[in-house]
Design a protein around this ligand. Structure first.
Ligand code: N7H
Length: 497
């Protein structure tokens, strides 16, 4: 560190709106995936785009646009290698370019990148332009972009449409209940070594250029302070450096196709065998009922004020349930038996396992902000009983999440919590919604789901079908507005680093 860090307040005018707001009112949305044909024309188009900021306004706008770039996209714009090299390794190598990363993400079998409709080879996007609008206003927003320079600037790989399912996702469950609260005011003390569970995360878990939950600054490109970099914000942690990352975040996008018919057909069939309703069994797979209520008691005023500490045996909410995997909540549970060393081992993920322990590590280091949207026509559980007609349209989730450290947040969650068949001391179970049904090596099944009941009885289901497959994906950098202008300027190609 080149000096003492001086904390500065967040300039919301420099943060893209999507980080602070999900644009929920703007129910119509689409994602344009673009490749650059001509960098000069592309820069001009982007300079004319009014990127929505995180500033709170009295009258919310009727449309919003956000922009993000892959590492290949930054290079295609001519951004110098030294600058691109300052971003994280995962971002630079991309989601699908490396077989070992694909294996870690579980992108195998039907989800293998070779089957994706976008995200690899010449279908790897350079630019993501996310458009949001009030009902009926999306088409004119799209058209407004397409002036003479547009077709010179870009090749459009895909326009990913979305569907407003009024707060539900395609399997029929309430969506968007739990999000971490971001410490925008920077009032929280950040200590990597103190176990604590809470829903608030440090700003540096989302935005680059601020301290994260370890109290450290995440790596990002820092440039010498000179005339060409003067418009960038100064780095807080290095005197004399300007910060390309400040107020930016990584945006992870995964196109997830959901087989709603096989999901409900499985639930109806199995629930009858087990003497419960399909809704009850579905709630066990998710960890919440369809109305969003969690399976463990929560405060009356909130569907999100709970931990799993009152359910150490997984009899209320199965250990493998989707929301218990994706946010185990007890990871920081302060009273790990065995004192300080055992607590530290627990936090680091070394402590082997009683059933009720979170085998993993501290939850607060692995939170993400979810900003996805559904696509395809809705299908009710009743209609899902019918076989698919010819030409049944695809449906699913355009999963989007924001985080400052892709490896420690999204990738950890996907690998250690979602697809890991030993999560929480389980065996042969992966995430019941999203997990693959066999190990990436092909040597073993991960298609089980176990329900534990009071008194120690267990009901084991096997042969869970694969309900979700990946059809595309990429890692993007969603810059702050100053950094956006800088990256699009000639200076990013010529400035000294
Ligand atoms: Fe998940 N689903 O419909 O069942 N998810 N998710 N997810 N998910 C959540 O809180 C779903 C996916 C998380 O804090 C709910 O919004 C489906 C990926 C996290 O308690 C429901 C797909 C990843 C949470 C679903 C899908 C995550 C969460 C409960 C794919 C990360 C918050 C409602 C098609 C890599 C957990 C809510 C918490 C909640 C569903 C994907 C993560 C209903 C269908 C890929 C962190």
């Amino acid at each position: 560190m080149g000096g003492t860090a001086v904390a500065r307040a967040v300039d919301f005018a420099d943060v893209q709106g999507l980080v602070r707001y999900g644009h929920g009112r703007l129910t119509d949305a689409c994602y344009l995936l673009l490749r650059i044909k001509e960098p000069r024309a592309a820069r001009q188009v982007i300079a004319a785009i009014q990127v929505a900021t995180a500033v709170e306004v009295a009258t919310p706008p009727s449309t919003a646009m956000q922009i993000a770039f892959t590492a290949a996209g930054l290079r295609a714009f001519g951004v110098r290698d030294e600058i691109v090299a300052g971003f994280s390794d995962e971002f630079i190598s991309g989601m699908a370019a490396d077989a070992s990363r694909s294996r870690r993400l579980g992108d195998a079998g039907p989800s293998d990148p070779s089957n994706w409709t976008w995200g690899t080879g010449d279908r790897e996007p350079h630019v993501l332009l996310a458009l949001f609008a009030l009902p009926g206003a999306l088409e004119s927003l799209r058209e407004s972009l397409k002036d003479a320079d547009w077709s010179e600037a870009f090749e459009e790989i895909a326009c990913l449409d979305t569907t407003d399912l009024h707060g539900f996702e395609q399997f029929g469950f309430t969506d968007g209940v739990s999000q971490p609260a971001v410490d925008w005011g920077r009032i929280r003390e950040l200590h990597g070594d103190k176990p604590q569970y809470g829903n608030t995360i440090g700003l540096g878990e989302v935005l680059l250029g601020y301290p994260n939950e370890y109290g450290r600054y995440t790596e990002r490109p820092l440039l010498d302070d000179n005339a060409s970099t003067r418009d960038l914000e100064p780095a807080e942690d290095y005197e004399g450096k300007r910060d390309v990352g400040r107020n930016g975040t990584y945006l992870v996008m995964r196109d997830l196709r959901q087989d709603v018919r096989s999901f409900w057909q499985f639930l109806y069939h199995e629930s009858e065998r087990l003497g419960m309703s399909a809704d009850e069994l579905g709630a066990m797979l998710v960890g919440r009922r369809r109305n969003g209520d969690p399976l463990v008691p929560s405060a009356e005023t909130s569907q999100n004020a709970f931990t799993y500490s009152g359910d150490p045996t997984g009899t209320q909410c199965p250990f493998a349930a989707h929301i218990r995997r994706t946010n185990p909540r007890n990871g920081d549970f302060p009273s790990v038996p065995g004192g300080v060393l055992a607590t530290a081992a627990q936090m680091l993920g070394f402590r082997r396992a009683q059933f009720h322990d979170d085998l993993t590590s501290s939850t607060r280091f692995h939170r993400i902000i979810r900003r996805g949207r559904e696509y395809g026509p809705a299908l009710s559980p009743e209609d899902a009983q019918n076989p698919a007609p010819a030409g049944d349209p695809p449906r699913g989730l355009r999963f989007v999440c924001l985080n400052a450290n892709i490896e420690r947040q999204f990738e950890f969650l996907q690998n250690a919590w979602l697809i890991n068949d030993k999560f929480n001391g389980l065996a042969n179970e992966s995430d019941p919604l999203l997990g693959n049904r066999e190990l990436p090596s092909g040597n073993g099944q991960t298609d089980a789901f176990v329900i534990r009941r009071n008194g120690g009885t267990r009901t084991r289901m096997s042969s869970l079908p694969q309900f979700v497959s990946v059809t595309g994906g990429a890692y993007f950098f969603l810059p702050g507005l100053r950094a956006l202008r800088f990256l699009m300027s000639a200076a990013a190609g010529a400035a000294s680093g």
